[in-house]
Ligand binder design. Structure first.
Ligand code: ZN
Length: 149
């Protein structure tokens, strides 16, 4: 039973993102950057973001890890690009709740990230799914004072 659900979890979009990730690579003119590790699975994600006038106009990632962590990072770059910092924070919060199995009122904002909802059934995978999103959160919080000054 769990295996069938796990199979579905890895299917289609997730596999596609994991095998052909979007926006993977260093962003040379990034204004924000953070690296996070998920030791329990061995995932590493580095998030790069370029913030111009309070808006994330480019976001890329680098790293190695399981299909869930890589797919989630790839999806993040698509969902977050073009968002303001406050929109990004709100989306990160919604995503964190969604993959933890909590109800989220505005799933349409999450776009493809909503497909990772199934991760909530696999507690060991929740951190994999959240890794890139927490890295982005770190990146935009850490450098915020510089950005606003
Ligand atoms: Zn993982």
């Amino acid at each position: 039973m769990a295996l069938n659900r796990l199979d579905r979890l890895y299917q289609s979009l997730i596999l596609e993102h994991a095998s052909s990730p979007q926006n993977r690579g260093v962003l040379p003119d990034a204004t924000h950057q953070a690296t996070l590790l998920n030791p329990s699975c061995g995932d590493t994600v580095v998030i790069y973001a370029r913030v111009v006038s309070d808006r994330i106009d480019a976001v890329t990632f680098q790293g190695e890890g399981c299909a869930i962590s890589m797919a989630s990072a790839s999806i993040l770059t698509q969902v977050i690009r073009g968002k303001t910092l406050s929109e990004a924070r709100s989306i990160i919060e919604d995503f964190t709740q969604l993959v933890s199995g909590q109800e989220v009122s505005q799933t349409q904002r999450l776009q493809d990230a909503a497909i990772l909802k199934g991760v909530a059934q696999f507690p060991a995978r929740i951190r994999c799914a959240q890794l890139a999103w927490k890295a982005l959160e770190d990146a935009i919080e850490t450098n915020e004072s510089e950005e606003r000054s």
